[in-house]
Ligand binder design. Structure first.
Ligand code: GDP
Length: 453
């Protein structure tokens, strides 16, 4: 048990109906007894754990507020320590005055993330679950919440634990194999090592891909709307954003710069840019926009290439298709309320969606296509998705280790050399879940949490 008893306000700053102050540590009960007085007359330790008791907060005999106390007895609490959660009226001044009283009576103000850090140090949670808590709190869309929930429920730890045990098995076999190379031990052979390592490599690669998709869900997709002047890019942007941001006129080339906005389509957030029409131009202002549009294509994660379905495809359209064909692209045939002059045979291999931006038709189909190409292609909804760059870096190190082990094995290196690489991979996975992690890394992780968590 950590030596200092800590306390902090656990609810957000600002006024609310209720506010909660948490006290955790060896002296949590005795400190709570100095500030909270149950109407039943019972001391904290006499309360039935996990039931609420009603009373009041008093300072030098003066009543500060009504309060409800919840008692958690170690090790069955969030932190694994004795914990008391006191609810009072949720005004920020009220909460601060009660917190001050608790600190005056012997508790220390908790540092950012200290409750969760204690939970980790007391073995109540591993790092993947602890880090998912930040996601649960800060999720900005349903998908992010779902991924954080899955990690919090232990999906990531379970997946990594499976990989760890495969590596432990491989390492043990390699040790046995290198100690007794001449013995014919069943199952211990080159082919089996190779296939186990190759499977592990594939699983780690999949996890890293899913991480990218998960990040896209979390952070949004950098998206460019491109196409010739007048095909309806600004109108599409407006349809997506839901209000008039770009200038819409009948004169070709009126979108001179890049207009940006962020929209949420179901689970997905798009960071949209309506770029200037990509075409050759002598107008200086416009040509700057065209240059920006070309640069933007290079850095986009998704291209919405818009075509006017009332006109057959021209050479310029084919040039655009050529420029975006290697990218993650959806071809949008716009103005389908008017006519359909485009020969779709020419668009083979592209993901095509028909819309009428002016009439707001086709947005669901577009959202579905975006979801399919950006998320579902790499992300099964039941996936255990790594959360955060720290976890990704550990998984990448594990993959490097596994791939080096495969390479060593194939090059005919000694089993000891193969074992060293596999050990590196194992160390990276143990760091990912926190089973083997330095104090510096732990401190850094929890510093990113909020106070009270
Ligand atoms: P941009 O230059 O590609 O940004 O094109 P705009 O969005 O400025 O649209 C050019 C013209 O096409 C405007 O007059 C729009 O009202 C019209 N337009 C855009 N989308 C549609 C559509 O789906 N149907 C019809 N009928 N007209 C459209």
């Amino acid at each position: 048990m950590a030596e200092r008893t800590i306390a902090a306000i656990a609810t957000p700053a600002g006024d609310g109906a209720l506010g909660v102050i948490r006290i955790s540590g060896e002296d949590a009960f005795s400190i709570a007894d100095k500030v909270f007085f149950a109407f039943s007359g019972k001391k904290i330790i006499e309360h039935k754990p996990y039931t609420a008791s009603y009373g009041e907060i008093k300072e030098n005999g003066n009543r500060l507020d009504d309060a409800v106390a919840l008692v958690f007895v170690a090790p069955h609490s969030y932190t694994g320590e004795n914990t008391v959660e006191i609810s009072v009226h949720g005004g920020s001044l009220m909460l601060r005055s009660v917190l001050r009283l608790i600190l005056k009576n012997g508790a220390y103000l908790a540092e950012a993330g200290e409750f969760t850090k204690r939970a980790f140090l007391n073995g109540k949670t591993d790092l993947t679950k602890a880090e998912s808590i930040m996601g649960l709190i800060s999720a900005r869309n349903d998908a992010e919440l779902r991924l954080s929930r899955a990690a919090h429920n232990g999906k990531v730890s379970k997946k990594i634990a499976e990989m760890e045990s495969v590596l432990v098995g491989i390492n043990a076999s390699i040790a046995a194999f290198s100690d007794y190379p001449d013995e014919d031990i069943e199952g211990l052979n080159y082919e089996n090592f190779l296939s186990s390592l190759q499977n592990l490599s594939l699983e780690l690669q999949k996890m890293l891909k899913e991480y990218d998709s998960g990040r896209i869900l979390k952070e949004g997709i950098i998206t460019s709307i491109v196409g010739k002047p007048n095909v309806g890019k600004s109108t599409l942007m407006n349809m997506l954003v839901g209000f008039d941001r770009s200038i819409v006129t009948d004169v070709a080339g009126t979108t001179r710069d890049i207009v940006e906005d962020t929209v949420t389509l179901g689970d997905i957030t798009l960071h949209l840019a309506d770029t200037a029409g990509i075409h050759n131009t002598d107008d200086t202002v416009e040509s700057i926009g065209v240059k920006l549009a070309k640069e933007r294509i290079d850095t986009s994660q998704l291209i919405l290439a818009v075509f006017d379905s009332t006109e057959p495809l021209t050479n310029q359209d084919f040039e655009l298709l050529e420029a975006v064909k290697e990218k993650n692209t959806i071809v949008i045939l716009n103005k389908t309320d008017l006519a359909d002059e485009i020969n779709e045979d020419k668009l083979k291999g592209f993901n095509v969606v028909k819309i009428s931006a002016k009439e707001g038709k086709g947005i669901e189909e577009l959202a579905k296509a975006i979801n399919e190409c950006c998320i579902e292609a790499n992300l099964n909804p039941d996936s255990a998705v790594l959360l955060g760059e720290r976890q990704r870096a550990c998984a990448e190190r594990a993959l490097d280790g596994v791939n080096s082990a495969i390479e060593a094995l194939m090059m005919g290196a000694t089993m000891d050399a193969v074992g060293i690489c596999a050990d590196d991979a194992l160390a990276a996975l143990l760091e990912l879940t926190g089973k083997r992690v330095t104090n510096e890394v732990t401190d850094e992780i929890f510093r990113r949490f909020c106070v009270g968590k």
